[in-house]
Design a protein around this ligand. Structure first.
Ligand code: PLP
Length: 475
């Protein structure tokens, strides 16, 4: 790299966006085609104040952007009163005043969940902590609606991504085939993860906003023997919801040995999941999305059938930290309230999860799911009343935990996100690289939905309306 290229942010951005042009929707081996040190990061507004079009050219300042800048100057004179109003409305709890985090994770946290983290230090093998961990594992069974004793919950320190690694390292052996159903960015990454561990990943890609159809999946399953099928329950890059029940039935009927793996990072705790009834083999998630706990825990429910597949491996697991050989006895001991050690868990996060699961399970789960659906319906109606479209066009394809909203023509995320922030609302920019500059994402899960004291949802809708009208958009 020349020193000029190094010092120019524009050329660095260009290099960066080149990394994103990863090839090949269905190829089984993309590795050699990719740059060696590929950045596994999508193009998104959080990363840059600049904006590029699909060709990597910086988009010139739009008339909307200019208007915002004028407006910002105006507002500078009235900030004091405004600020105090904002503080008032942001005072949602004992937490310091802050804009409501309405992105698809991390989400807003409940006070009690946060407070349970300021627990004095405990030994991770002392009985009190072992009891807490054990209760958390039992409660996870309830959250996933499983009563099958052969199913196994896992909680490891790490983020949601570690769930992909666990699946890839424990359930598939080098050279085996995986079918990855693509509804957005997260399937590309899951496929990449599987290939990192030597599996061969084939993707079925749906057009943006849609999901692979059952007949396509059936055809693929009949063509080749797949060790597992992965599906993203809610794809956080597109807001597309997958239908798990019918898909799982299909897999069991057409290819009974194929494991059904669900990336539920943006769905568990907000979308209905019936682990036993739907015949799922792994549902993986993370703490910071609809479960409402700070980031740092990789949470999985694994079926007895998948545990058997793991136990019958011919080769050893291809990860050390993520190996179920190491973790299975630990999880079983914790649930039996027996101390044991493989690697130190995070007592503080386990306490937070304990509190959050107790809150979630104190009400019927059906109620929780219908509350999320009602909030989602309200947002989706407001979006369409505003004359805006979602990435997912059909209601049955639309997630209940988030909404991905196309901005009006000529408006890009940097035109509205800063003004939303001023109104006390944080939304996320686009994440799907082909259309990242055209849409924003509104996360609606957890306490923002279930705590009636909070006005996050209405505030989010009102702020969106105002920010759009500020840039000259009329519904
Ligand atoms: C957020 C997310 C992930 C990644 O989780 P991290 O905690 O960021 O590692 C994976 N899949 C989906 C569907 C997600 O929404």
């Amino acid at each position: 790299m020349s020193s000029r290229a190094k010092s120019s942010p524009t050329s660095r951005l260009k290099l960066f966006s080149k990394h994103l042009n990863s090839p090949s929707p269905t190829s089984t081996s993309t590795f050699l085609e990719k740059p060696f040190l590929e950045l596994n990061t999508p193009f998104s507004t959080e990363r840059s104040a600049h904006w590029e079009d699909e060709q990597g050219k910086i988009i010139r300042k739009s008339k909307f952007q200019e208007k915002i800048e004028e407006k910002t100057k105006e507002e500078a004179t009235q900030t004091e009163q405004e600020q105090s109003e904002r503080k008032q409305s942001a005072k949602m709890s004992k937490q310091a005043p802050h804009a409501a985090l309405m992105i698809p994770g991390p989400i807003e946290f409940d006070d009690a969940v946060l407070e349970s983290m300021s627990h004095y230090s405990e030994s991770h093998v002392g009985q009190p902590f072992v009891n807490t961990f054990g209760e958390v594992l039992s409660n996870l069974r309830k959250l996933f609606q499983t009563t099958d004793p052969s199913a196994q919950p896992f909680i490891l320190s790490g983020s949601g991504t570690l769930g992909w690694d666990q699946v890839a390292a424990n359930l598939i052996e080098p050279g085996e085939e995986a079918l990855v159903l693509h509804t957005g960015y997260f399937a590309d990454s899951f496929a990449d993860c599987l290939e990192t561990y030597g599996a061969k990943a084939t993707q079925i890609k749906a057009p943006i906003g849609d999901r692979p159809q059952l007949d396509e999946v059936e055809k693929a399953l009949k063509e080749k023997k797949y060790k597992l099928v992965t599906v993203t329950h809610v794809d956080t890059s597109t807001g597309v919801l997958s239908e798990l029940k019918a898909l799982s039935e299909l897999v069991h009927r057409v290819s009974p040995e194929t494991l059904v793996i669900v990336d539920g990072v943006c769905s568990v705790g907000g979308e209905e999941i019936k682990f036993d009834e739907w015949g799922l083999d792994v549902v993986l998630t993370a703490s910071q999305k609809a479960i409402g706990v700070p980031a740092g825990l990789s949470i999985l429910m694994v079926s007895g059938r998948a545990i058997e597949v793991f136990k019958n491996r011919k080769t050893r697991p291809t990860s050390y930290f993520g190996s179920w050989k190491n973790w299975l006895p630990i999880m079983q001991n914790y649930e039996a309230k027996k101390a044991s050690y493989f690697a130190t868990p995070s007592p503080q996060l386990i306490h937070a999860l304990h509190t959050s699961l107790n809150q979630i399970l104190s009400k019927p789960l059906d109620q929780r799911f219908s509350d999320h659906k009602a909030a989602s319906d309200k947002i989706k109606k407001a979006v369409s009343d505003l004359g805006l479209k979602q990435l997912a066009t059909k209601r049955e394809n639309q997630a209940n935990t988030m909404t991905a909203i196309y901005l009006p023509d000529g408006v890009s995320p940097p035109d509205v996100l800063p003004s939303l922030m001023k109104k006390g609302i944080i939304f996320a920019g686009g994440l799907h690289k082909e259309i990242a500059s055209k849409y924003i994402r509104f996360g609606h899960m957890g306490v923002s939905v279930t705590d009636s004291q909070r006005k996050d949802i209405t505030k989010g809708i009102d702020a969106l309306k105002e920010s759009l009208s500020e840039v000259g958009y009329k519904a």
